[in-house]
Design a protein around this ligand. Structure first.
Ligand code: NAD
Ligand code: LMR
Ligand code: MG
Length: 606
């Protein structure tokens, strides 16, 4: 509950009660932590008119001018322009979210293209690396391994009603490795996007960082490091901890959606919990969905039948395998058998081509795509593999910045009219190539998407816009769809549906320009489409519990979704309505008018 909501509830509950003072007293008696955490909403918003300031008891505590949203946002943009580095901009935006959450989201919604890279990839990568150095204020919950046995009671410290949590153990943050509790930046950043892109109310989001130790020795030895200085717990210990956590989260907030993020090995938890909790893993499933949507568009633009595509994946981790598995699903829907679809993929990891006979034990998640047709040949260079396979698609999920060098890109351009090049590693420094390099070495012919944003550029007199194949296009809608349908689990069909929702949300102009993804500035509209597809899949699969929305047609369902999306531009209006109602009650001579409002009116001659 935000401070505004809290204050409002108390003030509103005062209406019609015999002893309003008792309620006001109750407000003052709230535990200190609750009061602290609830003073961040829009109480000090300079767009509040005088009567709202009096209602909130913030009158006199902000400068007298009543500002328009535009004026407020212009000031924020001016302040951002004064900051010389992205991390300083990130710090300013963090502070803004903590002190005026609605203004923060107005700014983000209005300037999504410009602000997203400052609160999410790439800047969030540096924020995570420097978390303990820059730490200023609480923004979520930290749960340590030594807290086991008490997780439920710690969750009770969180004062809000939670709809969705993003949790990480910090063990694989973007392509930056194990950052321990510095990983907290990722849940904070992703949840900001849940709110900005899909309108999940800010106080319904819980960033959660699991402090289960870190294998990053430099961090453990850093005097400022704010996590436990121990090595990462064993997989068995992690499993037991997560078992307790999943039960505690669901008991504390029945219906909560739990999103796992940036775990070094996400597969055991995904397998263990996917059918029993409303959970998903964004790196495996969200990435799979967003890239499948991009591939659906790219395959059309490349003009080659699905059957003739072949893909090389550099990187065979959670994201790589998650992406390939969902493209397999797409290929099957396009008429291939599962075996034909699976054989369209060649995976390369740090040891080279993933094959059955290369020696050593193959990680379980790689087995499905491991090749058995290499006739004893072990290929360790990407260049050699490209000559051997002659792929139409080159994906990068390897964390190796610059791995798609000039020769590789040129070779892809020799082999294909429209080579599909997706360097997806984050942040930008880990991208397998830049947009500029891809355009230069393929003579502007590539169909391109990267994980982190790159600027538009001019080539041969044409303006070329890169696709951003980032899971931010889908996870907000997957989360909102699961919340609104009250899904008992997040099924594979719901995930696949999110890809279809995204792929079908390009408008005519975007399709004509050959874009793979819609304009990010339309993200809220896109999220409605993704959410509707996710809800439909939940209904078709019978995992929904919100039966009242089953009968809605698509237009009605879209309307239902939109009405439930938090809109930071309307928060002021809502509170103004409440004040108007309250004044009407007072003027109407009700006996139980809140005493402080009456005195505010009297002393201020309203
Ligand atoms: N675009 C997106 O939305 C998105 C989503 C999820 C993950 N990612 C990015 O994908 C990357 C990988 O994530 P992950 O979860 O799969 O990580 P991971 O650690 O599970 O996998 C990394 C893989 O890269 C391989 N690799 C490492 N060095 C290599 C080398 N020199 N040559 C070839 N392969 C090498 C590893 O063997 C491993 O298979 C990260 O940078 C992450 O930021 C992007
Ligand atoms: O966080 C992102 O930007 C995407 C993805 O989840 C990643 O791990 O890189
Ligand atoms: Mg991630």
């Amino acid at each position: 509950m935000s401070s505004t909501t809290l204050a409002r509830e108390i003030h509103i509950s005062a209406v019609g009660m015999a002893q309003p003072q008792a309620n006001i007293k109750q407000h003052h008696q709230l535990p200190i932590s609750t009061r602290h955490l609830t003073t961040t909403s829009g109480d000090y918003d300079t767009s509040n008119p005088p009567e709202v300031r009096k209602y909130l008891r913030t009158y006199g505590m902000v400068p007298p001018a009543v500002e328009s949203h535009e004026q407020q946002m212009q000031r924020c943009l001016n302040i951002l322009a004064l900051k010389s580095s992205n991390i300083e901009k990130w710090q300013y935006l963090t502070q803004l979210r903590a002190t005026n959450v609605h203004l923060f989201y107005r700014l983000l919604a209005q300037n999504v293209k410009q602000i997203t890279p400052l609160i999410y990839t790439p800047t969030v990568g540096e924020a995570c690396q420097r978390w303990s150095e820059l730490y200023t204020q609480p923004e979520g919950l930290y749960l340590s391994y030594s807290d086991r046995g008490h997780l439920y009671s710690i969750l009770q410290n969180w004062p809000h009603n939670v709809d969705i949590t993003v949790l990480t153990d910090g063990s694989r943050i973007l392509g930056l490795g194990d950052l321990g509790v510095g990983g907290m930046g990722i849940p904070v950043g992703k949840l900001a996007l849940y709110t900005a892109c899909a309108g999940i109310r800010p106080e319904g989001t819980l960033p959660l960082c699991l402090d289960l130790g870190t294998n990053n020795k430099a961090l453990r030895e850093d005097p400022l490091y704010m996590g436990s200085r121990r090595e990462k717990v064993s997989p068995q210990e992690e499993k037991e901890f997560l078992d307790e956590l999943m039960a505690a989260l669901t008991e504390r907030w029945p219906g909560i959606v739990i999103q796992f993020e940036d775990f070094k090995n996400p597969f055991p938890a995904l397998e263990r919990y996917k059918d029993t909790y409303t959970m998903f893993n964004d790196d495996v499933q969200g990435t799979g969905s967003v890239i499948t949507a991009g591939i659906i568009s790219a395959v059309k633009l490349a003009g080659i039948p699905v059957r003739d595509h072949k893909a090389i994946f550099l990187g065979a981790g959670s994201a790589g395998v998650g992406v390939a598995k969902q493209i397999v699903e797409f290929f099957i829907k396009e008429g291939l058998t599962e075996d034909e679809a699976r054989r369209k993929f060649w995976f390369v990891d740090s040891q080279g081509l993933v094959t059955n006979d290369r020696g050593g034990r193959l990680a379980e998640h790689k087995v499905y795509f491991s090749r058995d047709d290499n006739e004893g040949r072990q290929i360790t260079s990407l260049e050699e593999l490209i000559d051997y396979v002659k792929p139409t698609i080159l994906m990068g999920l390897s964390t190796i910045g610059g791995a798609f060098n000039a020769e590789i890109l040129q070779r892809m351009a020799q082999l294909n009219d429209r080579p599909i090049i997706f360097p997806l590693s984050n942040p930008s420094s880990k991208s397998e190539c830049t947009f500029e390099e891809a355009v230069k070495h393929t003579d502007g012919r590539c169909l391109f998407a990267s994980g982190s944003p790159f600027p538009t550029l001019e080539h041969a007199g044409k303006s070329l816009t890169p696709g951003q194949g980032n899971n931010m296009y889908v996870f907000p809608g997957i989360g909102l769809g699961a919340i609104l349908s009250k899904a008992v689990s997040v099924t594979q069909d719901m995930i696949y549906a999110s890809a279809v929702g995204l792929a079908t949300s390009l408008n005519e102009s975007e399709t004509q320009q050959g874009w793979l993804y819609p304009d990010i500035r339309r993200i809220r509209e896109v999220s409605v489409s993704v959410t509707r597809h996710v809800i439909r899949a939940a209904q078709d699969g019978g995992v929904d519990r919100e039966l009242a929305i089953r009968h809605l047609d698509d237009a009605q369902l879209d309307q239902y979704i939109k009405e439930r999306m938090y809109d930071p531009f309307r928060e002021g209006e809502k509170i103004q309505d409440e004040v108007n109602q309250l004044f009407a009650t007072v003027s109407g001579g009700a006996t139980a008018a809140p005493i402080e409002l009456v005195s505010a009116r009297a002393s201020c001659h309203l």
